[in-house]
Design a protein around this ligand. Sequence first.
Ligand code: WTA
Length: 664
Amino acid sequence: MTSDNQELTAQSAAYPPPERLVNPEEGREKPWISSMAEYEALYNESIQQPDKFWTRTANELLTWDKPFTHVTQGSLNEGNMAWFSDGQLNISYNCVDRWAIKDPNRVAFVYEADEPGQASKVTYGELLAKVCGLANVLHSFGLRKGDTVAIYMPMIPEAAVAMLACARLGLVHTVVFAGFSAASLAERVADARCRVVITADEGLRGSRPIRTKAIVDEALKTCPEVERVLVFRRTGSEQVEFNAPRDVWWHEAVAAQRPYCPPVPVSAEDPLFLLYTSGSTGKPKGVVHTSGGYLLGAAMTLKYVFDIHDGDVFCCTADIGWITGHSYVVYGPLALGSTSVVFESVPTYPDASRYWKLVEDHKITQFYTAPTAIRALRRHGDDFVTKCDLSSLRVIGSVGEPINPDAWTWYNEVVGGSRCAVVDTYWQTETGSHVITPLPGATVAKPGSATFPFFGVELAILDPTTGTELEGNDVSGVLAIKRSWPSMARTIAGDHKRFLETYLRPYPGYYFAGDGASRDADGYYWIRGRVDDVINVSGHRLSTAEVESALIGHNAVAESAVVAAPDELTGQSICAFVTLKNGFEANNKLKEELVKEVRTRIGPIATPKVLILVDELPKTRSGKIIRRILRKVVAGEADQLGDLSTLSDPSILDVLVREVSTAI
Ligand code: WTA
């Protein structure tokens, strides 16, 4: 919740849409939404006449096998929302066939491989053939509509092919970020009851091989129900173990199949995918997204928020393992028949110009990344950016965490050359697509504010304690949404009760986002960060409980408490406090071992930046750990600890402050 936009209010610098968007050069179309009046008219229609608004947009952007007659039903109170429920469609048909039929040579994916200079393209015609071939393989494995398939792959077009092949048959995919450990993968495969895992022999990141298949092998030791592992050959490494008949090579299996596969129409409300994300408790939850509403949300936000027109080349640097990769590398761009860049490497390989060289080489028109990458690249200096030709860029976006005004301004001036619109998009795995965002041709931006709600999203700021809605401007509280929208998650796989308890019960009648927010005097929304036990490291969500249980898994650990510390580069970092069992000696070697334990159990993204061995944790008299105190101490705010009357042993405070100041 600490961020330097805390002080910013209505007086912040304001940036109107750039001239280049408002008055486009010859051959460019005007932005889809080119004034606030236009935004307001459409927004009002989406709220006041939702049936009319959504019927029009859902028919404009999607092709239905069976048209829907009913737009929306259910309520946030009951948690039984459904959209376009009597309509049927196929997601892969919408994302691939429509464009392959019309214009097979149009480029669907530009694949920027790890090694520079090895880019290649996949046209819509080629994509259709790849998706059909793979779908037939999955069908030959006995998979049928409703079955769930795990995908654990590097950032290569085949990861998208795997997702689309599932969608073609009405299978549900669950992509697991390939940076997660074997244990995390196993947990997700088991929870989603997958019988098939799709993977690659190895991945490559910054020339370093990632032993993807070996991690799958390790994970599957505890998942006996997995019958098939389909392996794409990415590096051709000789070291990859292959256990036939369980393991099947992708290329061999596809070669044996008919090249066409008919798409299976599904209900708009049939699930398209599960995506595991961290919540307040230790166990990651499988957020369920449905077909029709989700695809509409992804397509529509991309169209308006990035102002996508024919011929644009869109690049989102997120991994396919996260929701941003789902909505804005795969589903959104393809549903619009656009060209999407799949970036396999890292922003600093071979040097800090990689992103900007990418923009230059592929004439990228819209670029979307995370504040943590912006902050990291900024540290390398402007030359890495300015030596590249970025004149093709029109809209540049940010997602995943609050962007501090400094980073915003650098992004705008140095990357955007003050000629692009900057869109700070706020959303979540659960929202499926953007919910608060500027529109590039209309919104006057304020650095650090995600500005205004997207169409159909009715926001509220609630008093955190009473749940009362705070009316008017200049208010702060927790962020909530007052009605369902098409791309919102419908449930948590196998645990609808948890869905209700996490999102819909805390403030009945509202969707509770878990973030603090303010609405300034001009009605702009400012996201203040999570109000629950979720830590956001470089835009990756982790729960404190998840990291704590990984630490407790080590036999030296008696107790642990994990909190977020503010971090200049990654937004937040993980700070772990650990007490040891009797007989274990506190030393650096043990600390390293504990850090390694977390990496092995969850993955490198969960690595604690600071791990402090203490004799005692601050607790209430009834023995509950008071994390609030730890949070304040690591934020350097030990002088603002507030009410300490519940603390059982106040004498430990001085020790804590001392330990932290030597460790951080
Ligand atoms: C945070 C990522 C401020 C927020 C799409 C949210 C943001 C969580 C922004 C969701 C933003 C995302 N400004 N905070 N523009 N975008 N967040 O599920 O705390 O990985 O609740 O989805 O990221 O993270 P998730």
